[in-house]
Structures are given as C-alpha cells and as structure tokens.
Design a binder for this molecule. Structure first.
Ligand SMILES: *Cc1c(COP(=O)(O)O)cnc(C)c1O
Length: 360
C-alpha cells in the first residue's frame, strides 16, 4: 500500500488509524455480524457510537452545559442558510465580518433571508490577506448576532484572538475546528463541516448556546430548526451513521493522543516549520498573508511566476506530495496541514522546497 503525503484542502487526509479501524470493523461491528452502515440508527450498537461521538466532542472541547452539541447534515453551506433562517428575525439585522470567500457566501445566504449588515470587509480592495483588528469592526448594538469565519481556507488567514461582541458570536469553524482548545462559552453558535479536521464530508458539527436556541424564529420547517435536532439528540431523522462512526474514530484517537492541547502543539510545530522556510527565502517563496493573521491550517504562498508554481506542484507530485495547488480563485500554492497531517509530511515538503530552490 502506498499512501501519499496528502495536503488536500477538503475533503482532506484522515488519521490512518481511524481508517484502519473502519477497515477492520467494516464487515462486523463489535461481533454484531453486520457493518455499522447496516445497523438501525435506533439500535443499541449504533446508539453507542452516536453517544460516544457526541460525548467526545463535549469532552475534548470542554463544551459547557449551557451548550448543545449537534451532528447535522448538508455541509457547512447549509449552515450559511440555517443560521439566518433561525436567528435573523424580520426587521432585525445581523453583522457579518468578511474575511474571505466563505464569509461572503454566508452573507449571500443571509441576504436571501433578511437584511444582514457588513460590519467589516478586509478584502474590499480585492485581496483577503488579513484578519481585522477589534477597532476596525463597525458592530451594531442592534445585531441579532455577529458572524465570522474563524479560518479562511482559501485566503490562508485565521483569527488568533476572537472578536469581542455583545451580540452572540457565530463562527464558521469548518477548517479549524478542534485544532486547539477554545473557550466555547464565548460563542452563541459554532458550526463546522467535518471534511477538513474531523471526518467525512456532508457531516456538520454544531455547538449551540441554549440561550440562543430559545430565540429561534418561528415558521422554519422542522428539519431546518436547531431545536428539532437538539430535542432529538441529533436522531430526528436517520443521521449519516457511517460518517458519525468515522468521526468517533477520529475523536477517540485525539483523546488517546492527549487531547486538544497536544493537537495544538503538533499543529503549531507544523506551521512554524513551514512558515520559517517560506520567510527564510522571502523573494522566492512569498506568503501574501500578514504575519499575525496567518493560518495554522492552510499555508498559502506564491513563487516568482505562475509557471514556476506549476513546475513546483508537478515536481512535488513526483515525490508523492499531493493536494498543494492553490484554490482556483486565487492560484498559487496552498498546503493544508489540518490535524491529521503529520509533522514528518511537512518535513518532507520543506526538504523538497529547499531542493527545488537550489535547482533554480
Ligand atoms: C469547506 C468550507 C465550507 C464549505 O463546506 P461544505 O461542507 O462544502 O458546505 C464552508 N466554510 C469554510 C470555512 C470551509 O472551509
């Protein structure tokens, strides 16, 4: 078996041990004579997996009792719509902080539901290269909530300190959820598509403050209401059982490896190594993102010309380093070093980068 060094942006690499466990248990989950995919979602065997996944999220992120943990479907993109459908009442507004294309998409959906406001757009000049300071935020005291994208998967920027807001803070954490410990109590709602840091695509983790839940708007179809899923323990309808099972495998490994403090250490070591080689040779490898705003998950950089970038990406592929082509909207190189990316992978990349530079 030849597994490659996979820096895909999403769906992204998953821990090998989580996949191997799935492989070993695929035909027979714990002596039940069937696969987890074939079990009833109302049966004991699946129920145990489901509760374990929810419990591990709560434990690893130290989610307080004030917040519900939900496992939903439809990707992060459905959350762009569900958030305003539930929490943007008619006649009220919500503040959106725009730091990249995902924030813009979230704003676009909110516009179809109500009248959101842009509290700051750091890319109004065309490029998203930084996170705003608190002083730059034009927050309204009337806002129903404030929406941010905690990590900008395409632009390669990331909030290092979250903004202070009086309205509930809602964060799209799709590309950096559980990369480190955070204070969940600061958030009204967190949502994250699983396919970057946690598991298969389609599955979404939602953590929601019960106080916000109580403010849910009326008239939203049951399937699109957070309260429906909260009241039913994320078993209102058939959940994506196999995806939740894989999430469970990933979370259990995280716990075994020492929890999120350990995950953070590993992530910081990877990003520090990669940014250091970029900065060492700043006229060859250039990171467009401002120092304090740089992402620990998606490291973006350019080479002197698009031709060199194409050659670089091709040469990396010859060393089994894949998934590093920048997003089609911005070009360049993007290395996604989510939780499952190993330090050894980044070491291999950095050594390739030094060789490639020498050859020029
Ligand atoms: C990947 C991503 C999304 C989109 O997720 P889907 O599951 O495809 O809907 C949204 N926001 C961010 C920050 C992302 O990285």
């Amino acid at each position: 078996m030849a597994r490659v060094i996979n820096f895909n942006a999403g769906p992204a690499a998953l821990p090998l041990a989580a996949l191997e466990r799935a492989q070993a248990e695929l035909l027979d989950l714990g002596g039940t004579g069937m696969s987890v995919i074939e079990h009833s979602h109302r049966g004991k065997a699946y129920e145990a997996v489901h509760q374990q996944a929810l419990g591990l999220v709560r434990e690893l992120l130290a989610v307080p009792d004030s917040h519900e943990v939900l496992l939903l479907q439809g990707g992060a993109s459905l959350q762009f719509a569900m958030v305003p459908m539930n929490f943007l009442p008619e006649g009220q507004s919500a503040d959106y902080i725009i730091t990249g294309s995902w924030s813009k998409k979230a704003l676009g959906e909110a516009k179809l539901v109500g009248k959101p406001r842009v509290a700051c757009d750091v890319g109004s000049g065309g490029k998203y290269t930084r996170i705003p300071t608190q002083a730059e935020l034009d927050l309204s005291s009337e806002a129903a909530y404030v929406h941010i994208t905690s990590n900008n998967t395409i632009a390669g920027s990331q909030w290092q300190r979250f903004p202070e807001t009086s309205a509930p803070l809602i964060a799209d954490m799709s590309s950096d959820v559980m990369w480190r410990p955070i204070d969940v109590s600061k958030f009204g709602l967190i949502y994250a598509g699983a396919q970057k840091n946690l598991g298969p695509s389609g599955l979404v983790l939602v953590i929601i403050d019960k106080a916000l839940l109580a403010k849910e708007r009326e008239g939203t179809p049951a399937i699109l209401r957070y309260s429906t899923h909260a009241e039913n323990g994320s078993l209102y309808n058939t959940p994506p059982t196999f995806s939740i099972y894989l999430l469970r495998n990933v979370l259990e490994l995280m716990k075994e490896q020492g929890g999120l403090a350990k995950v953070e250490q590993k992530n910081r070591a990877k990003s520090a190594l990669l940014y250091s080689i970029i900065d060492q040779d700043a006229d060859f490898y250039r990171c467009p993102v401002e120092q304090e705003s740089r992402s620990h998950m998606n490291v973006v950089f350019n080479l002197p010309t698009p031709e060199l970038e194409a050659e670089f990406i091709k040469a990396a592929g010859e060393r089994s380093i894949v998934g590093i082509k920048g997003h089609r909207s911005v070009g360049g190189v993007r290395v996604s070093i989510y939780n499952a990316a190993e330090l050894a992978w980044v070491e291999a990349l950095v050594s390739f980068m030094a060789d490639f530079r020498k050859g020029k």
